[in-house]
Design a protein around this ligand. Structure first.
Ligand SMILES: C[S@@+](CC[C@H](N)C(=O)[O-])C[C@H]1O[C@@H](n2cnc3c(N)ncnc32)[C@H](O)[C@@H]1O
Length: 313
């Protein structure tokens, strides 16, 4: 989004003149020319030199003898000029914004994927169980807020989402989506941050559920998942939903590699290694008061896994 200053420059306007005109236009009925000059710290000569001042202020206060009809015409002309100017600025701003959106490379684009919707349905279904708690849900809405809308529509009120997003352009679009949607505006508070910051700063029972729809690799997020479970951040009966990519985990890399190295090479079959690594990780961080409710393999541009864990007591 362009600033007023950059637009004024691009449209060859003088910032000073632009603000003076606006000020005069806004105040010409309530202030005298002298008051306007005082506030703008300009002399009357300059005010007279200003075309808008001729019609709007000076004529009104008798400094220049225009008859009323003429004065009104001048004021109308100036008003027309200003509104044309404003339209030009508005159009130029939205064209710029559209150009930017087309150019933008988003971190996530497969919002309409069929299997993605199946994964969403499972997360919503888990949250809508009768004894599932209400309250705060940290989540990763991307810029659409689709999953959060689905929860609000099928489960109803009683939730407040902390919508975390770490990519600036996506965050910017999310803010626009929220601004245009009354429900999201009320129940989804956007936050430009890593969701890990919210997790590591939380206390026991602080959240109703956690929706960690990362679609990323577990090696980047395993510490916050472990922290959430170890510290019982979701209330009893609350769920932790995690989506992970099966790509990008080499056998020797990170936490998954570490866990897989305890087993003979190839014992799970190549295509199952990542899945087994993730299961081993979940098994390692689980406590007796948790259960794995869902393990769903799906395809969302690339192979993914959805894991839903519930705190049972
Ligand atoms: C897979 S998308 C979310 C999809 C969305 N929940 C839906 O139902 O369509 C993940 C989004 O979260 C962001 N993201 C991924 N990891 C994150 C993290 N650790 N903290 C904050 N944002 C993150 C990505 O930039 C992306 O916009």
């Amino acid at each position: 989004m362009k600033t007023k200053e950059s637009l004024v420059k691009e449209l060859n306007l003088l910032t000073d003149k632009y603000s003076v005109q606006h000020f005069i236009l806004k105040n010409h009925e309530s202030k005298t020319a002298v008051e306007i000059c005082d506030e703008l710290k300009i002399n009357l000569k300059k005010l007279v030199a200003n075309r808008l001042a001729l019609g709007g202020v000076v004529a009104e206060n008798g400094f220049i003898q225009l008859d009323k009809v003429k004065a009104k015409k001048v004021i109308k002309n100036h008003l027309d000029t200003i509104s044309k100017l404003q339209k030009k600025i508005k159009n130029s701003a939205s064209v710029e914004q559209e150009k930017k959106i087309v150019k933008e490379k988003n971190t996530y684009t497969n919002h309409d994927g069929v299997y993605k919707q199946q994964a969403r349905d499972k997360m919503v279904n888990a949250i809508s169980q009768v004894d599932s708690p209400m309250g705060v849900i940290p989540t990763l809405p991307s810029y659409t807020g689709k999953l959060e809308m689905q929860i609000l529509e099928s489960v109803g009120r009683g939730f407040e989402f902390i919508g975390c997003e770490r990519d600036f352009d996506t965050f910017h679009k999310l803010v626009n989506t929220i601004a245009e949607n009354t429900k999201l505006r009320k129940f989804l508070k956007p936050r430009f941050c890593e969701i890990g910051e919210v997790i590591f700063n939380a206390k026991t029972d602080e959240f109703a559920h956690l929706i960690l729809d990362y679609c990323g690799t577990i090696n980047s997020f395993h510490k916050e998942i472990e922290y959430a479970i170890q510290n019982d951040l979701v209330k009893p009966n609350g769920t932790i939903s995690i989506t992970l990519s099966k790509n990008g985990i080499g056998n020797n890399a990170g936490i998954v590699g570490e866990l897989l190295r305890q087993f003979p090479k190839g014992c799970f079959g190549d295509d199952k290694e990542t899945e087994m690594g993730v299961k081993l990780f979940i098994n390692k961080v689980m406590k007796p008061n948790y259960k794995v409710e869902t393990f769903f393999n799906y395809y969302d541009s690339s192979p993914m896994m959805l894991i839903i864990i519930r705190r049972i007591s």
